[in-house]
Design a binder for this molecule. Sequence first.
Ligand SMILES: Cc1cc2nc3c(=O)[nH]c(=O)nc-3n(C[C@H](O)[C@H](O)[C@H](O)COP(=O)(O)OP(=O)(O)OC[C@H]3O[C@@H](n4cnc5c(N)ncnc54)[C@H](O)[C@@H]3O)c2cc1C
Length: 404
Amino acid sequence: MDLYESPEHSAFRTKARAWFEEHKPGNLQTLDDRKAWHRTLYEAGFVGMGWPRAYGGQEASPMEQAIFAEEMARANAPGTVNGLGIGIVGPTLIVHGTEDQKRRYIPRILTAEEIWCQLYSEPNAGSDLASLRTSALREDGQFVVNGQKVWTSQGMIADYGVLLARTDPSVSKHQGISYFILDMHSPGVTVRPLKQITGSSEFAEVFFENVVVPAENLIGGEGQGWELAQTTLGFERGGNILARVTRHKANLARLIEVCRTLRRNGGSALDDPLVRQKLGRMVAEVEVMRYAGLRILSRLEKGERPGPESSVDKLYYSELDKRHQELVQEILGPYGQLGEGLPPELALHSETLQGVEANWAYNFLWARAGTIYAGSSEIQKNIIGERVLKLPREPRADRARSES
Ligand SMILES: Cc1cc2nc3c(=O)[nH]c(=O)nc-3n(C[C@H](O)[C@H](O)[C@H](O)COP(=O)(O)OP(=O)(O)OC[C@H]3O[C@@H](n4cnc5c(N)ncnc54)[C@H](O)[C@@H]3O)c2cc1C
C-alpha cells in the first residue's frame, strides 16, 4: 500500500487546490447555476477525468481522480450536476454503445446539456433487482414500455434515463432483462417527486404507460441487460474514497470546536471525559477509513480490481457515518435537531450547497441513505460472508444487487 504521494501527485494537488481557490462558486440556487458550474469544471478538464481521451476524457489515474475529489471536498465545492451520466451512463456507452449512440449522447453527458438518471429499482425489486417487472415488449420494430420505477435520483430533472426492463418473460429472470436509453420527455412517462425525511426531494417515482422506445435505443444485445448492469465498472474509480475522509475530518474538526463552546456541567462539553473519549474514538475510526481507502487506491493504481473486499469499505464507511452523526446528536442534544436558527458558534458551517443549508440535522437524517444505496449493509455482509470469507451461500444471495 502506498502511503505517500509522488512529486507529480503533489504538483497535481497544488494545481487543483489553486483552481478551487480561484473558481469555487457561491451558492448555486437554480438548475442553470448548477449546469453552469458543471460546465466550468468540464472546461477545466475535471469532468470525466478517467475517461479515454477519444471520448472527451483525460485518462487521469485513480490517484489523480481521488486527489481532485479530495480537493473538491476540502474546498467544500459543489459536485457535478450530472453524476449518474458521468459515473454510470457514459462509461456504459463507451464500452457497450454503438458508434451512433456514442456520438449522439456522450458529448452532451460531459457538458451536462442532457441530464441522466438510473431507472433500475422498483417497488418490489431493490436488493433483488433481477425480479424487476417493468416490461419492454417488441411491437412493429420498436419497444413499448409499461411499469414503474422508484428511488430515481435526479428523476425530476433528467432528460434521459438508463432503463432495465424485461423483454422476455419466458426465460430465466436474469436472462430476460435488457438495457435501454429512455427519453424522459416521451409521452406516457410520469415523474412524481418523493419527499424525503430531510424535507428535500432528491428522488422520484417514474411511471411508464405505453412508452415507445425506438429499437436503436437498446444498449448491447436483447437479454444482455443484467450483464451490462453488473459488469460496467466505469472509469471514474477511486474518486470518492479520500473525499469522504476529508469531509468526515472537516466535520469532526468542527464538532470539536463546537464542543469547546457548548456549555456542559459548568464547563465546556470538551471537558467532559466521556465526550473526549467518544471524539477520540471517532478520530481513530476516520483514520482507519483513510487507510482502507488508500489500500483500494493502491490496488486501482496497479490496475487491479478491488474485488469483493470493497464491500468491507462500503459497509465500514456507511455505518461509520451513521455512528458519527449519532454522536453529533448525542453531544449537541436539542441543538442538533435544529435545521436552521442555530447560534453561529454551534452551527456546522454557514454555507449552503446546491441550495441546501448544510446542517447537523440534515447530515444525521441523510446518513441512513449510505447504508441502503449501492447495496444495503445486509447485502454487503452477505457478499463479505460468501465471497471474502467463503462461508456457505445464502439461498437468495446470487440474486442480490452488488453495485460496488
Ligand atoms: C440515496 C439513494 C439513492 C438511490 N438512487 C437510485 C437510483 O437513482 N436509481 C435506482 O434504480 N435506485 C436507486 N436507489 C434504490 C436502491 O438501489 C435500493 O433502495 C436498494 O437497492 C435497496 O432496495 P429496496 O429499497 O427495495 O430494499 P429491499 O431490497 O426491499 O430491502 C429491505 C431490507 O431487507 C434487507 N434485505 C434484502 N435482501 C436481503 C438479503 N438477501 N439478505 C439480508 N437482508 C436483505 C435489506 O438490507 C433492507 O434492510 C437509491 C436508494 C437510495 C437510498
